[in-house]
Design a protein around this ligand. Sequence first.
Ligand code: PRT
Ligand code: ZN
Length: 303
Amino acid sequence: MSPPIGTAPRDRLRIAIQKSGRLAEPARSLLAACGLSWRESRDKLFCYGESLPVDLLLVRDDDIPGLIADGVCDLGIVGRNELDEQAGERIRNGLPPAYRALRGLGFGQCRLMLAVPDEWEWTGPAQLQGTRIATSYPAILANWLQAEGVDAQVVELSGSVEIAPRLGTADLICDLVSSGATLAANHLKPVHNLLDSEAVLAGPAGAFDDVRAGLAQMLLRRVDGVLQLKDRKLLMFNAEREALPALERLLQDAGPLVQLPGANGALSLQTMCEGAVSWQQLEELERAGARGLMVLAVERSLA
Ligand code: PRT
Ligand code: ZN
């Protein structure tokens, strides 16, 4: 059975993630890669942490900032767009900031963009004076308009923003864009970027003052480890000492070359490479004297 919402126990950490949608699966995968495992409640809204005292609450992404603000959840994985929007709304209502982005997570990338009908010739923000702009991000848009000194009407819509110009309810829109296919299908073109967004790990504005502080710190360290390792490869090989200068030249973009004594006076060498190591690179290293080349994926590391 799910524990009652609103009574977060202080000896366990509770993380809100999207139940279903774009961020749901990558958020779970990231937390699983951090060594967390769970037992799901029957209603599939709560996952009890088995490997660590870290539980998941599965919710709508829009609810995540509020759950952190109210202390129902300690951390959350949510789009920066949603976090900034709700933070902007709080500021407009005279409320103090209640959460902050702790880490960018490298998935769920998109941009919050102004998009105008194809036939418009975009000349810049001043052109927006007196227009009606449809958006689901009224706070971010209103802040931007204010900063630009533009007086335009913000038309708040909760969905299907891209059809507003065709329906005549707005002149242009401000919406999330990733591939741009939705805009193109609605005869709109992106003209100005208001925000580069991605999924973030969000937490409260203040620090925890109990067991959760240590748990959150451990989780952040593991998240950093997972994000760092994403594209890292360990390259290992043997070589004679004389071949070292040529090999070092070929590996100048990699990390430090660690040298250990190998068999028969040769050296056993290893280095960390960012990104893929191609067959061509391996063949060049071999021509320069590397033997027994091996490229290994790095599974875990603590910085
Ligand atoms: O049910 P729930 O409320 O949890 O889900 P939701 O429908 O509100 O959210 P969801 O799953 O659609 O998006 C969750 C988060 O994913 C967003 O808050 C963003 O941080 C991020 N994200 C990344 C996106 C997109 N890419 C994206 N393309 N969110 C929405 N879109 C929309 C876009 O507005 C357009 O209408 O997807 C459509 C397709 O985009 P194009 O440009 O590829 O055509
Ligand atoms: Zn939503």
